[in-house]
Design a protein around this ligand. Structure first.
Ligand code: FES
Ligand code: FE2
Length: 325
């Protein structure tokens, strides 16, 4: 994982009021709950008494009550009550406090801050999606690979005529021009496919290629956008479960017509079609060895892999706490 980042980890609709939601993210077992003010709290899913999973307990007094011996923890992870000690115990509670995580809920996404006390005020998202005219439908899938591999796949323009030969990669456009790849600050990568049928021509260099109307955009640490057109967008956030598993939240947006209900229907069709495309990717990406990508792994990369090379460089820099110029 990259430290000091807001990670998109779940969809708002997954977290219901007064219910505990257990999920593994960023290699940690977490428990989430909505409090009375509708704020979401995230705690380590392990009781500080004798290690039971808090997610098996219940929400009580705006706290999580452990199912084992009834200790109660508020959203900040502070232990508020130890029933066995009675009400005298107030002073002793502190040592039972557990780790909590800062949470933001925006864009129908739950983000958690993975890092130190210098919390960034910038929540990763794409401006293009902030338009109420869009209808959005979501589908999720779990891939048995590290999230870096799942992200790289979405920046990969070479694979289109092979993995997607009968869907989005039809037309045998195996020759890869560029692709032109733009880096903004040290967090955004923009690229687009410039593939052509191979008639014996030399592939254009990244400089000679251009960003087309259909382009891809990635924002660190884990959100991606396919700008199919101004009216159709596909958005994915890649929630890291652990080093070998990732949950993809795939959202299809459209505002093709002026009628919300028609757009809503189009988005339902869109999400299922998109699911077919993602399943084509998944079948192969989960076989990549090793499961986690790194800047220095033994792979022979091509010019067409440029967006992936840039992704690896920036990720490496951010992991080391540095900045990529
Ligand atoms: S293990 Fe949680 S209260 Fe005992
Ligand atoms: Fe693909």
């Amino acid at each position: 994982m990259i430290k000091n980042q807001w990670y998109a980890i779940a969809s708002s609709k997954e977290i219901k009021k007064n219910q505990l939601f257990s999920l593994k993210r960023l290699n940690m077992n977490l428990v989430l709950f909505r409090d009375n003010h509708n704020n979401i709290n995230a705690l380590i899913d392990k009781c500080s008494h004798r290690g039971a999973a808090l997610s098996k307990g219940k929400v009580q007094n705006n706290c999580i009550q452990c199912p084992f011996h009834g200790l109660e923890f508020n959203g900040d992870g502070n232990c508020e009550k130890i029933p066995a000690l009675g009400n005298f115990s107030k002073d002793n509670l502190k040592r039972f406090n557990i780790q909590n995580f800062l949470v933001k809920e925006q864009n129908e996404i739950i983000y958690i801050w993975y890092g130190n006390n210098k919390v960034s005020s910038e929540i990763p998202f794409f401006e293009e999606l902030k338009d109420d005219n869009f209808s959005m439908k979501e589908i999720t899938d779990i891939w048995n690979t590290h999230y870096s591999r799942a992200i790289e796949n979405q920046l990969d323009v070479i694979h289109l005529p092979f993995i997607h030969h009968n869907t989005i990669g039809r037309g045998n456009k195996t020759l890869v021009n560029g692709p032109k790849t733009i880096i903004i600050e040290n967090k955004t990568i923009i690229t687009s496919a410039n593939n052509e049928v191979d008639n014996g021509q030399k592939p254009l260099s990244p400089k000679e290629s251009k960003i087309k109307n259909t382009f891809l955009k990635f924002n660190f640490p884990n959100i991606w956008l396919n700008h199919v057109s101004d009216n159709i967008l596909i958005f994915i956030f890649f929630a890291p479960i652990d080093d070998e598993n990732t949950k993809l939240y795939i959202r299809f947006y459209n505002k093709i017509t002026n009628f919300k209900f028609i757009n809503s229907f189009i988005s339902i069709i869109g999400k299922y079609m998109n699911n077919i495309v993602q399943k084509q990717d998944k079948r192969v990406v989960i076989t990549q060895n090793p499961k986690k990508s790194e800047l220095k792994i033994k792979e022979n990369l091509l010019q067409g892999d440029l967006p992936i090379i840039e992704y690896r460089k920036i990720r490496d820099c951010l992991q080391k706490g540095g900045f990529y110029g």
